[in-house]
Design a protein around this ligand. Structure first.
Ligand SMILES: Cc1ncc(COP(=O)(O)O)c(C=O)c1O
Length: 395
């Protein structure tokens, strides 16, 4: 037998790993409602027509070659204009276009971390970050999001967790998996901690266009004038309903002491050649025409309202109302001695409904959390919550 590398042992991504169990249920001839992955296209949502047309045109007009490693000038200028409209002032040199925000996170952390370093990571987390740190021989250093405070972080907890090897803090706002949105005061406190301890701020703002109320200020805007590098990650995957196009980017702010890391990230970007050119061609159209967003947000808000009402109506189940995106972290208060994963798998086998267990996002397996992606149409969601209620009643 060939032996896989040690570092893959801790390399997990529960959102997709759990699909094997769902496939086994389907192999028995039963249908599964997949509420595990945040892919709007799976649930019938389609990108704006203007965007699909721009993509087809890009391919037809011959934009099928390699692109510059950091992205085309036109794509980076479009990102600069979009940031400027939100009070963040950049130059195209501060932008790297990537294959989704995922690749940007991978390139940045690969350029930054030595084995043994740690990264302050929210718990629950989006598991991309723990997977990357595991791959690099670094480690996640969890700070807690508190459900009693609407799943927001506690600055004192973060301060207490900092070690001599802490290099960066990941801040996911708006948040996946919890749907929370942090306000400007809290964000300023987090920036101050990062400045004091010389940490790189990794601001994952993939959901910044999908808040039900006013969006929070971008981290890069709040950090203006501070001595703290902020790397912002964004993508079109969710806001423009094109996760399969793999188009994202990172931007650098407050780069005065960050030039060497930027140069190292650029070397990594060059080795992987480039992100897909047709999607880069489409970026200016996508960022200039966002008329679909109010309708999309209304649809998500409706699903969030149904979800919160029906989950909290089930005896022994609770959730905090999300304020953005399409995720909620539910909790079953009595696991009856099971782990959260065993609960989610039993629910799947009994009802054909697939959630992801909270421990897949770093939570304690005995705390009873599970994440739901509430993207399907309202009627499907009502059926799902009726099945969940039934399952819990009959346990
Ligand atoms: C918080 C967060 N960050 C990053 C990503 C990665 O998105 P992409 O690589 O499609 O841009 C996701 C996808 O679900 C996410 O939820």
């Amino acid at each position: 037998m060939f032996r896989p590398a040690e570092r893959t042992k801790n390399y997990n991504y529960a959102i997709r790993n759990i699909v094997a169990a769902a496939k086994a249920v389907e192999a028995e001839g039963r249908s599964v409602t997949y509420l595990n992955i945040g892919d709007p296209v799976l649930y019938g949502l389609q990108p704006p027509a203007s965007l699909m047309e721009a993509m087809a045109r890009a391919v037809r007009e011959g934009h099928n070659g390699y692109a510059p490693s950091v992205g085309t000038v036109a794509a980076r200028e479009a990102i600069v204009r979009d940031a400027e409209a939100r009070g963040v002032y950049l130059s195209p040199d501060d932008v790297v276009v990537s294959s989704g925000a995922s690749e940007a996170a991978d390139m940045l952390l690969s350029a930054l971390l030595e084995p043994g370093d740690d990264v302050l990571t929210p718990c629950p987390t989006y598991p991309l970050y723990t997977a990357i740190t595991a791959k690099l021989g670094a480690r996640e250093n969890y700070y807690r999001l508190d459900p009693a405070q609407g799943w927001t972080p506690d600055p004192d907890d973060i301060r207490a967790k900092i070690t001599p090897r802490t290099r960066a803090i990941v801040i996911i706002n708006p948040n996946n998996p919890c749907g929370s949105v942090y306000d400007a005061r809290l964000l300023m406190e987090l920036l101050t901690i990062a400045e004091e301890h010389q940490l790189v701020v990794i601001a994952d703002e993939v959901y910044c266009r999908l808040t039900y109320g006013p969006p929070p200020p971008p981290m890069a805007q709040l950090a203006a004038g501070m001595d703290v590098p902020v790397v912002t990650l964004e993508s079109l995957s969710k806001s423009h309903l094109v996760p399969g196009w793999r188009v994202g980017w990172m931007t650098y702010t407050n780069t005065q002491r960050f030039g060497d890391v930027i140069a190292a990230t650029r070397k990594i970007a060059e080795a992987r050649i480039c992100s897909p050119l047709p999607t880069q061609q489409v970026l200016p159209t996508a960022l200039a025409d966002q008329q679909h967003l109010p309708g999309l947000i209304e649809a998500m808000k409706l699903r969030a309202t149904i979800t919160v009402e029906l989950l909290n109506a089930i005896p022994g189940v609770n959730c905090v109302a999300p304020q953005a995106a399409f995720y909620v972290m539910g909790q079953v208060e009595d696991l009856k001695g099971q782990t959260d994963e065993a609960f989610v798998l039993a629910l799947l086998r009994a009802t054909g409904v697939l959630f992801v267990h909270g421990s897949g996002f770093g939570l304690n397996p005995h705390d009873g959390y599970f994440r739901i992606v509430f993207l399907p149409p309202p009627d499907t969601l009502r059926e799902v919550y009726a099945k969940l209620a039934n399952f819990i009643r009959q346990r």
